[in-house]
Design a protein around this ligand. Structure first.
Ligand code: ZN
Length: 239
């Protein structure tokens, strides 16, 4: 299988459309989605519809669960909270219930998906350090794992010491691995282009893609929706 891997869409339709086109051009034949379809951005309904059409293997994120009332809003900063409340207003009930039904951890085809960490998915901690990866490897039952949430692309490898790589393409090889392919709709590694990945199960190669998209259109939609300006601004900065 060639999986298109993506997550942290955050209701950014121009970014999602660009990513799906780039992944289709890579001839992917399956989809892995790491959650957070909504929150921050202004295209909640269209993004949920596009992702549901793909019928991906997917997990839910903290923003998805918050919109569905499964996570306390105190958990979020002010701008994020405003976007969640706005999303609850504009998203049809049926989509909200669907978001709330998404699991936080899922195994498929020898691959574990989690939005935050494999070891404590309901705590929504970031998997950012070798120690975080060590904790998740202890709970992970598969060879491969993908996470989202930090919006920063990186792969950790299990071994006598945990190592990591940010290279692409990356041969994942025999060691167990946990990868983050970055965020579609709100990159935070100071590269404002949308991020996603292609994982080929036969070659075991993970390729990270960066895709240019119409950031101005996404920012205008956020301002037109009356959402906090910072949510528009940060898209241009990639953080
Ligand atoms: Zn996110």
């Amino acid at each position: 299988m060639r999986y298109g891997v993506f997550g942290d869409v955050h209701a950014n339709l121009p970014a999602l459309q660009a990513v799906l086109a780039a992944l289709r051009a890579q001839r992917v034949d399956g989809w892995l989605c790491l959650g957070d379809l909504v929150g921050y951005g202004a295209d909640a309904r269209a993004c949920v519809e596009r992702v549901r059409e793909l019928d991906p293997v997917l997990v839910g994120g903290n923003h998805d669960w918050a919109v569905a009332g499964r996570l306390d809003l105190d958990w979020f900063n002010l701008a994020a909270r405003e976007a969640i409340v706005w999303t609850q207003r504009v998203l049809p009930r049926e989509h909200i219930e669907w978001l709330g039904s998404l699991p936080l951890l899922h195994e498929h085809d020898g691959i574990t998906l989690a939005h935050s960490t494999v070891h404590d998915p309901e705590k929504f901690d970031y998997l950012q350090t070798p120690y975080d990866a060590f904790e998740s490897f202890r709970q992970m039952r598969t060879t491969r794992g993908f996470v989202g949430h930090s919006h920063v692309p990186i792969t950790f490898f299990e071994g006598p010491a945990i190592t990591y790589s940010m290279e692409s393409p990356l041969q994942l090889g025999p060691a167990r691995s946990l990868s983050n392919v970055g965020s579609v709709g709100q990159p935070r590694d100071e590269d404002p282009r949308a991020a996603c990945g292609v994982y080929d199960t036969s070659t075991q190669v993970l390729e990270l893609l960066r895709v240019t998209y119409d950031i101005g259109a996404a920012a205008r939609a956020i301002r037109a929706a009356g959402l906090p300006d910072i949510l528009a601004e940060r898209l241009h900065l990639g953080r």
